[in-house]
Design a protein around this ligand. Structure first.
Ligand SMILES: Cn1cnc2c(O)nc(N)nc21
Length: 278
């Protein structure tokens, strides 16, 4: 795949790993719980993450953690649009919009977003057309069901085949809608409709998804798979998150979606230093 991915007016350098900072503008996000609902606070947080080395900022107006309740499109747009607008005006960074809602995709693209990050892989009515019309690259992610019920006893014969077949099917749907493979990023969807065992097996075999020929985006930062293994609450999952960040890079991930940007950038830089040696 190309080493430079056009993201609206900006280019994403996929010849080296990139860090995507998480900016939740939702009152119930599992990790920032309402701290960043104010537009200015969100802008300051984004500024800090860019200063720490994030080259993408993922803005989400609807929490997708297990059990999260859904948000109306209007409410989601009211949360997201002002923040996309402010960051597009103030910061030199690629804005990823974390949404499944067509209207939010369209408005965010108009305001300057450079990437669509849809945990539902454009399955909502009108999402494929909206994403196609924006001309932006799209991240497709594996999930079955909805955040409200996805953790109710998910079962698969083989989680890696499940994820790969799902992503292949969604890529085909994208191609039919006019979104070419060159504009697709793929994501295993850690923590979505998966048991701890599913998440660990999928992480171990993540390399098998690389033969789909598209860049991989990985999001495990502070997630329950870390909490379940280490027995730590959200605030105590940094070290586990960094361990998995390093392992994801070793397994071929291109973009890491994280809360702790500065710490993760240090992991990326150390690995880059080793890779650059003779
Ligand atoms: C919004 N969101 C939460 N977790 C995520 C993950 O692992 N990947 C992507 N693409 N988005 C996520």
């Amino acid at each position: 795949h190309p080493s430079r991915l056009p993201c609206g007016s900006r280019l994403l350098d996929l010849s080296r790993p990139q860090v995507m900072g998480i900016l939740n503008v939702t009152p119930d996000s599992f990790s920032d719980g309402g701290r960043f609902t104010a537009r200015d606070a969100a802008l300051r947080h984004a500024e800090q993450m860019v200063a720490a080395g994030a080259t993408l900022i993922d803005i989400g107006g609807e929490s997708t953690r297990p059990g999260a309740r859904s948000v109306s499109p209007t409410e989601e747009l009211e949360r997201v649009a002002p923040v996309v607008d402010a960051i597009a005006r103030e910061l030199d960074v690629i804005i990823s919009v974390d949404t499944s809602t067509p209207a939010v995709m369209r408005e965010s693209a108009r305001l300057g977003a450079g990437l669509i990050n849809d945990v539902r892989s454009l399955q909502r009515d009108g999402a494929l057309d909206a994403a196609a019309d924006t001309g932006l690259p799209v991240c497709l992610m594996h999930m079955r069901g909805e955040p409200g019920d996805m953790q109710d006893d998910p079962r698969y014969p083989d989680i890696v085949i499940e994820v790969r077949d799902f992503l292949v099917e969604r890529m085909a749907a994208c191609a039919t809608a006019g979104i070419p493979a060159e504009r697709i990023l793929l994501d295993p969807g850690f923590g979505f409709a998966k048991t701890l065992e599913h998440n660990l097996a999928l992480f171990k075999r993540m390399g098998e998804l690389s033969d789909l020929g598209r860049p991989l985006l990985v999001g495990v930062s502070r997630k329950s798979m870390i909490g379940k293994v280490l027995g730590h609450e959200v605030g105590g999952r940094l070290y586990g998150s960094l361990a998995l960040a390093a392992l994801a890079l070793a397994k071929g991930a291109h973009i890491l979606r994280v809360h702790d940007v500065a710490e993760t950038v240090d992991v990326v830089r150390m690995i880059a230093a080793v890779e650059a040696a003779q």
